[in-house]
Design a protein around this ligand. Structure first.
Ligand code: AMP
Ligand code: GLY
Length: 425
């Protein structure tokens, strides 16, 4: 089967890398892809939001399955467009993708189905939001309700800080239309975990657990980013906890989406806070996580294409996924300055040396090819990912690989996976 994968980040390189190993794959095209995906298939120079051209390409190239990496095309309804043309597409419909694209919708689904999450209120007017925040005397979390590339959330220890965040989003239009409405949410305490599952409308197949590191600095300090590193499994998520998350969160979400007339298929990603009162949903995403996908897919032994087709066909109850029992750790190498301004076009060296280390894969995120060299082209540049017997071994190997890679103003966190290592020992 020919497959068209849409997207160009580290997540898409990991998906392309895994799909390239699938038995049923004939040709893999990636639109637009990056220099990493070019090693797994053929990059096609079509942007992820150029839906007409993508569909035309799919028809001309006998694409049997379109796999949509990022959330924007999903929220814009790309899946329906492919399906209408008779082409299978992996991901939710535009209406179901609102579970991520509209945090107010997501909260409504959670409320209607008694899914545990932080108490919150929605505002579409800054003055009302300000009055409400000022009336509170504890920490608040302010969230743009629309898509903001993982940066639309401000955790504020004081209401005064919350008002400033609300003002930046609503009056300063920091995220444009995505910030016309905000959520003001109670702050939750605990460790976080990312729980991803294949969902085919009815059946749920939960993947191995993982954990992301959203803050830019060591010790989870500084502003949130798209994700500075991840590991899998997350030892804090015991089998018992995974059962509880499935029963209390995933099952009622999938049922609730059916009842709402927006049936869900694709990857359902629940960002969870493990509070003293039990697991609570921080957010839903409607796609694979980035960078969680890198360690998760390094551990997946089964055929990814088969799992994606079962998701599209409603036959997830017929498949079994096998996992490498080892741990995987992904360290993101970013451009200095990210998530604020950063420079691009810095020559990257040492990727081959890093990949010469056994069980290391360097996933490209923000890279480009220029005059035969790989250069930086984004905030998150590379996801250096390693397998190891224990999480500490995987971490050591990932950082050993990071040491080999050089580019001007390269930045990474030095404590990826430490939480898991502490939890285990
Ligand atoms: P989200 O994009 O909604 O997952 O939020 C991004 C990050 O902000 C999360 O991974 C948490 O670290 C933090 N966060 C979001 N909501 C809350 C909350 N209610 N309480 C504490 N931290 C939160
Ligand atoms: N790593 C967080 C996300 O993909 O949204």
């Amino acid at each position: 089967m020919n497959v068209l994968l849409i997207g160009n980040g580290g997540r898409e390189h990991a998906i392309a890398w895994k799909l390239a190993q699938s038995k049923g794959l004939k040709k893999l095209f990636i639109a637009p892809g990056n220099p990493g995906t070019a090693k797994c298939g053929t990059n096609v120079d079509i942007k992820a939001d150029d839906y007409d051209t993508l569909l035309g390409f799919a028809k001309d190239n006998k694409i049997g399955l379109a796999v949509i990496g990022p959330e924007d095309p999903l929220a814009a309804g790309i899946v329906e467009r492919f399906e209408k043309a008779g082409i299978k597409a992996f991901g939710p419909s535009g209406a179901a993708a609102q579970l991520e694209a509209d945090k107010a919708f997501s909260k409504q689904i959670m409320k209607a189905n008694a899914i545990p999450t932080a108490e919150s209120r929605t505002f579409d007017n800054f003055q009302d939001a300000k009055t409400y925040i000022a009336s509170r005397d504890e920490a608040v979390v302010i969230k743009a309700t629309g898509l903001a590339k993982g940066k639309g959330v401000f955790v504020c220890d004081e209401p005064a800080e919350g008002i400033i965040a609300a003002e930046k989003i609503m009056e300063g239009k920091l995220f444009g239309k995505a910030g016309e409405k905000i959520l003001v949410e109670d702050k939750l305490l605990g460790q976080e975990a990312s729980i991803l599952a294949f969902v085919d409308g009815r059946n749920i197949y939960v993947l191995e657990s993982s954990q992301d590191h959203k803050a830019v600095g060591d010790g989870d300090t500084g502003p949130n980013t798209g994700g500075m590193g991840a590991y899998s499994p997350a030892p804090i998520v015991t089998d018992k906890l995974m059962d509880q998350i499935t029963k209390e969160i995933l099952v009622p979400t999938v049922d609730g989406m059916n009842r709402n007339g927006t049936p869900y298929k694709g990857i359902l990603y629940a960002g969870i806070m493990l509070t003293q009162g039990g697991p609570r949903v921080l957010e839903f995403n409607v796609r694979f996580g980035d960078p969680e996908t890198q360690p998760i897919l390094m551990r997946l032994k089964s055929d990814l294409l088969e799992a994606m087709l079962a998701t599209c066909d409603g036959t997830l109850d017929k498949i079994t996924l096998e996992w490498d029992s080892r741990a995987a750790v992904c360290v993101v190498m970013a451009s200095g300055g990210y998530p604020d301004d950063y420079e691009k076009g810095k020559v990257i060296t040492g990727i081959e040396d890093a990949e010469a280390i056994k069980d290391v894969v360097v996933f490209h995120a923000g890279t480009a090819e220029k005059n035969g060299q790989i250069v930086t082209a984004g905030g998150r540049v590379l996801g250096v990912t390693a397998l190891g017997d224990k999480i500490a071994d995987a971490k050591a190997k990932a950082y050993q690989a990071v040491e080999k890679i050089k580019f001007e103003k390269a930045y990474c966190r030095n404590d990826i996976a430490d939480k898991a290592i502490k939890a285990k020992n």
